[in-house]
Design a binder for this molecule. Structure first.
Ligand code: HEM
Length: 426
């Protein structure tokens, strides 16, 4: 009996050892990530983060997109040089003429409107993706309006498809993923005037930066625009609309921060349009465009989970959960309430739970100005184009207009959403 138990034990240990080793060899995740919803634990994990701990869960991106950037490297010299390059770019964008940036966004949206002005429906998510990608190409690579719309469409569509495919365990050997990557790289080569015959080296791949900037921005721009333009109570909407219009007229980092109360808006609206139809039921409403952006990033953090692998254990820090927890944010945690930020900005404890740009190590370098300014300007330009007689249509119409729940946050959520003009005035 003892011999039998002994043999069984040896067999179990050997099998476990084999499974463990083959896990290492194939780079497979050995265990499902532990979901972290406790703030202190989340902060501790982020504090302990190393390049290795971030690169491991991001290995799939290396194969899927053919990239090598801050999120995937394990070597500190590579990380240092990549960060130096990005910080230089960010400094340049910060000092750009934001009026020119806003005018460019306006022109791109106008270019996409086409037949929509005359009653055709317009697909909202592809429109936002298109505008955001063109802005990223312009700001971070100095690429003008030359790229064909078709190539911009291929890049946005393939990024989404590949991201979703790469999550499957067998992704690395999935022929569909390889085919999608080939099409994506071909479009990138056309846009960046690279030789079609040569393959793109991972460290030189423009996707290294495109993925960081475009992927995060478009989802929050789309949701912030929907909240402000279609889901807010009408009195609030006129207030938000006014501060967004002011940002369009004066697109500066200072204007982004100006917190305006509703009475000032009311005076501006009466001066421009006479007595507005809808007067807010909260005359104390005190909001800046930065508050609209901060609230959108709270309710819809583009990085919903931050992944780390430490001591052979994978963790997924549930940023979205922390951003929506009523124990932290109160009864209105699930609602879009930008006015909360005028009070919150002094509450250091609550702000620890706010981590759209991560926390502790590897904090996003675009967090202070460039990301909020881009989101603010893009939402302002979209609002200017679509405020008034446009309505939401399509499959997710009910979810957008009548639900008390936050909008769908997943990558492919809200894909079927359309905008359609209600009245055509010639
Ligand atoms: C809404 C916009 C953005 C959001 C929500 C965002 C979010 C984040 C998050 C959560 C991280 C940490 C990820 C991790 O460590 O696993 C990060 C890091 C980073 N982000 Fe952003 N990001 C945004 C825009 C941008 C833009 C426009 C750029 C410019 C290229 C950028 C460049 C970077 C870089 C280089 C890092 C790595 C930092 C490091 O390794 O020290 N991000 N971002």
């Amino acid at each position: 009996m003892i011999v039998l138990i002994g043999t069984l034990l040896v067999f179990i240990i050997a099998a476990a050892f084999h499974a463990y080793n083959s896990g290492i060899a194939t780079g497979m995740q050995r265990r499902r990530p532990v979901l972290i919803r406790d703030l202190q634990t989340a902060l501790e994990i982020l504090k302990k983060s190393t390049l290795e701990s971030r690169a491991k869960p991001n290995t799939r991106l290396v194969t899927a997109f053919g990239i090598q950037n801050a999120f995937t490297t394990r070597a500190s010299n590579n990380h240092r040089s990549f960060m130096a390059e990005v910080k230089d770019l960010i400094r340049i964008v910060e000092s750009e003429d934001w009026r020119a940036i806003s005018d460019r966004a306006d022109r791109v949206i106008n270019g996409c409107m086409g037949e929509a002005r005359y009653g055709q429906k317009i697909q909202l998510a592809p429109l936002v993706q298109h505008v955001v990608l063109r802005m990223v190409l312009a700001l971070f690579f100095g690429i003008g309006l030359e790229p064909q719309n078709e190539d911009v469409g291929i890049i946005t569509e393939k990024i989404n498809t590949i991201w979703l495919l790469s999550k499957h365990p067998e992704a690395a050997s999935d022929p569909k993923l390889v085919e999608q990557k080939t099409l994506l790289h071909a479009a990138i080569k056309r846009v960046f005037s690279l030789e079609q015959e040569l393959s793109i080296s991972p460290s030189e791949n423009p996707l290294n930066i495109i993925l960081l900037a475009y992927e995060t921005l478009w989802r929050v721009v789309l949701r912030c625009f929907l909240e402000v333009c279609f889901r807010s109570p009408s009195g609030h909407r006129s207030h938000y609309g006014e501060i967004l219009r002011q940002l369009c007229r004066d697109p500066t980092i200072e204007r982004l921060e100006v917190r305006q109360n509703y009475s000032t808006t009311l005076i501006a609206l009466i001066t421009q349009f006479g007595q507005p139809d809808n007067i807010s039921d909260t005359p104390e409403l005190l909001v800046s465009v930065r508050d609209l952006v901060s609230e959108a990033l709270r309710l819809y953090p583009p990085t919903r989970r931050i992944h780390r692998e430490l001591s052979w254990q994978s963790y997924a820090i549930d940023v979205e959960f922390l951003h929506r927890a009523p124990t932290i944010w109160g009864d209105t945690a699930m609602e879009f309430r930008p006015e909360r930020w005028s009070v919150l900005e002094h509450d250091g404890d609550i702000l620890k739970a706010y981590m759209p740009f991560s926390a502790e190590r590897y904090f996003c370098p675009a967090a202070p100005h460039v990301a909020p300014m881009l989101i603010g300007v893009l939402v302002a330009v979209l609002f200017k184009q679509f405020d008034g007689n446009w309505k939401v249509d399509g499959e997710e119409f009910q979810a957008v207009m009548s639900s008390d729940e936050p909008l769908e946050g997943s990558r492919d959520g809200l894909e079927g959403l359309q905008l359609v003009r209600e009245h055509i005035s010639y």
